[in-house]
Each structure stands twice: as structure tokens, then as C-alpha cells.
Design a binder for this molecule. Structure first.
Ligand SMILES: [Zn+2]
Ligand SMILES: [Zn+2]
Length: 389
């Protein structure tokens, strides 16, 4: 399956248009408008906007009855300024940059919709195109679920992430976990506050916080099985105003990452227990607030096999890897939790052309040949799944 010249030009134009006009999580108004207009112009059977605030969903019904497959792309950008490396499609908005490749994901899925819509007369089953907002806040998928995006429930779901850890021309796909769960939390330790020279009169939340941070680190080093990945990072600590005042409150923020739902549940329980016990020891009042939660992305084995098979056909066996896993999080997991599916990586780096910056960096950009590969992969995966039904 090859794209026509016109389709390929449109694909790159779409990506560059989204890249020039990036929008942050939950603010994807223009992006959603462009997506909806495009989906209407190719005459999908249904186009719904405002699904999970700024999400868009399109449905294509093939002429022949069959299964329903969901394809997902995330559409949001990040709060950082793009560096100028002479690219003609540089972000027009200071402080907002498509630094994760979601502009590419959006353009790819729109093109897949166009390609599949053109063959609806011999298409078996139906395809649901899900354009999900706010992935970078890992709560966009949850909003779409609340708005009923999985009713009726699709039989399978697939998605891809352009990936600068992998050279363009390759894909990477594996069964099991590929992105970690992410649980963000805030801990408040409250004492009474007082004079730095008279610590015996107060309960000191600064010393309690120091002890707590060290104690929390032992949850990974001493309580997690060494063969099961887990990360507990305290990324923020705030308290106090002067050297001679013991403050009345210290606030700590952190994130927990795991691949295993069981380990995740156990460590969350232990974070609370360790906090409570350390606070008791130091006579301060603890409060735990869970802010964001996202499960691990776990690929269904038969679905991962299907993607591997398609990848081998499209790119050749030597270009299909299965190494990529990250302790980063992606809320594609919300869909994978509910529907068997597979999320895979499409290589987007080109070292020779200097396109290998890490995701989320000011210089992030990718080789646009990856767009074409993404369209071929996702289209073929959808067709293969529907035809086998
Ligand atoms: Zn990202
Ligand atoms: Zn991303």
C-alpha cells in the first residue's frame, strides 16, 4: 500500500501546520477544529467533537459487516519554546512546542482515515478514529472515557508513537508493558512553627521531610523485587522562609512509576504507611494527596504479534525491533486497560541529519519519512485485524 504523491504532500503539510500552531493540553481548540473539518471533508459516517473537552472522534463504517477497531492519536503540545534550527515550520507560539511528535501522530491518523475512507466499499467492519487531547497531562484519555468513547466498545485498539530512540525506517514493538504507570502525589507535613533556636518547643517538618524522603527511597531499594522495574522520584520540596524560623509546613511532591499493577498497588500502600510512621516519629501531621494516576501501557500478546507481522511485511524483519520500554507514562494505557490492543514505536530519528534530539527538548524534531511509515503501519494493522475477524 503506497500513498499517492498528493496524499504524501498533504500528510507533511498537515504535520507542519499542526507544528506551527501547537496547543497545550486541554486547549487544543484550533487543532480539534482542523481535525473535525478534515474528517468531515472525507465524509466519515460520524464525527463527534468535544469528547473529553477537546477530543474528536470519527467513525468509518465499511460496506461489509465485521469487527470494530479503534485507532488513537494524541494531539497536544508541550509548554516549552522551540529552538530555531532553520526549519521552515517552526512553532509560531512562544513557549509552546510540539516536542513529542503528537503533531505527527495527528497528521498520520488523519491520513489513515483518508486512505481507509477511499476503500470503504470493500472495507470489512468499522474503524473508530480517536484524537485524544491532553496526553502530556495523562488525563485526556480518562476524560474521553467519561464521555463514552468506548461505547460501543471496540474489539481492539492500536496506536503508535514516533520515537527518536529508534532510527527512521525501523519500528519497535513488544508484548507486555512498554510504558510505566505514573502516580503523582503531594505530601504535606504540618507542625506548629517556631524559633530556630528553640526546636524543643515545636515539631519540625523540615527534619521530618528529610527523613521521609530517605525512607521513601528504601521502598524501591529494599521492598521492590529487583527484577521488577520501579522508580520513586521526589521532584519538589518546599518549606520555610528564613534560617531562624522553623516553618509550620513542608510540602513534598513525587511520582511513582512501575510496570506491574500488583507492585504499583503495594508501593502506593507503603508510601502512605511510611509517611504516617515517619510523621508520628517526628510529631508532625501528615496529609497525602494523589493528584494524577495513569496505569501502565500493557500490550496484548496476540495484538503485538499482529503488529510485528505487519511490520515485517512493510519494512522487513531486520527493521522490526522489540527492545523499547520506558518508565515514562502514556495514557494510551487507559484504552489498553479496557480493550486488547497494541501501542508501538515508529523510528523517527536521523543522526546524519541531526534529527535525534530527545523528546520534550527545545530542539526536538524528527525525520518526516516516519510519517509515511506510520500511515502504512496503522492502515495495514487495521485492515489485517478487520479482515481476520
Ligand atoms: Zn511526551
Ligand atoms: Zn508523546
Amino acid at each position: 500500500m503506497m500513498l499517492t504523491h498528493a496524499q504524501r504532500d498533504r500528510l507533511v503539510d498537515l504535520r507542519r501546520d499542526f507544528h506551527r500552531h501547537p496547543e497545550l493540553a486541554h486547549e487544543e481548540e484550533r487543532t480539534a477544529r482542523v481535525i473535525a473539518e478534515r474528517l468531515r471533508s472525507i465524509a466519515l459516517d460520524e464525527v463527534c467533537t468535544r469528547v473529553g473537552r477537546t477530543g474528536v472522534v470519527g467513525v468509518l463504517n465499511g460496506a461489509r459487516a465485521g469487527r470494530r477497531v479503534m485507532l488513537r492519536a494524541d494531539i497536544d503540545a508541550l509548554p516549552l519554546t522551540e529552538s530555531d534550527h532553520g526549519q521552515p515550520y517552526r512553532s509560531s507560539r512562544e513557549g509552546v512546542h510540539h516536542a513529542c511528535g503528537h503533531d505527527g501522530h495527528t497528521a498520520i491518523l488523519l491520513t489513515v482515515a483518508e486512505v481507509l475512507a477511499a476503500r470503504r466499499d470493500d472495507l470489512r467492519g468499522s474503524v473508530q478514529f480517536v484524537f485524544q487531547p491532553a496526553e502530556e497531562r495523562v488525563d485526556g484519555a480518562a476524560g474521553m472515557l467519561r464521555d463514552g468513547v468506548l461505547e460501543p466498545t471496540p474489539d481492539a485498539c492500536f496506536g503508535l508513537h514516533l520515537w527518536n530512540e529508534v532510527e527512521v525506517g525501523r519500528i519497535d514493538v513488544r508484548p507486555g508493558p512498554i510504558y510505566a504507570s505514573a502516580d503523582a502525589f503531594v505530601i504535606e507535613l504540618a507542625g506548629s512553627g517556631g524559633h530556630a533556636a528553640m526546636p524543643h518547643q515545636v515539631a519540625d517538618p523540615v527534619v521530618a521531610a528529610a527523613e521521609l524522603i530517605v525512607a521513601l527511597q528504601t521502598l524501591v531499594s529494599r521492598e521492590s523485587p529487583p527484577m521488577e522495574p520501579a522508580v520513586l522520584t521526589i521532584g519538589s520540596i518546599h518549606g520555610g522562609t528564613a534560617p531562624n524560623i522553623i516553618p509550620s509546613c513542608v510540602e513534598i511532591q513525587g511520582t511513582l512509576r512501575t510496570f506491574s499493577p500488583g507492585l504499583r498497588a503495594r508501593l502506593l500502600t507503603r508510601i502512605e504507611a511510611v509517611m504516617t510512621d515517619v510523621a508520628r516519629t517526628f510529631r508532625v501531621e501528615p496529609k497525602l494527596l494523589m493528584t494524577d494516576a495513569c496505569p501502565a501501557c500493557i500490550n496484548d500478546a496476540p495484538m503485538a504479534e499482529l503488529v510485528q507481522r505487519v511490520g515485517t511485511r512493510v519494512l522487513g524483519a531486520s527493521n522490526v525491533g522489540q527492545q523499547q520500554q520506558t518508565m515514562g507514562a502514556d495514557d494510551m494505557s487507559e484504552f489498553l486497560n479496557a480493550v486488547p490492543g497494541c501501542y508501538f514505536f515508529v523510528g523517527a530519528a536521523n543522526a546524519e541529519r541531526g534529527l535525534q534530539s530527545p523528546h520534550h527538548s527545545p530542539t526536538f524534531d524528527f525525520d518526516e519519512r516516519a510519517l509515511d511509515i506510520g500511515v502504512q503501519m496503522l492502515t495495514s494493522v487495521a485492515l489485517e485485524y478487520l479482515e481476520a475477524g
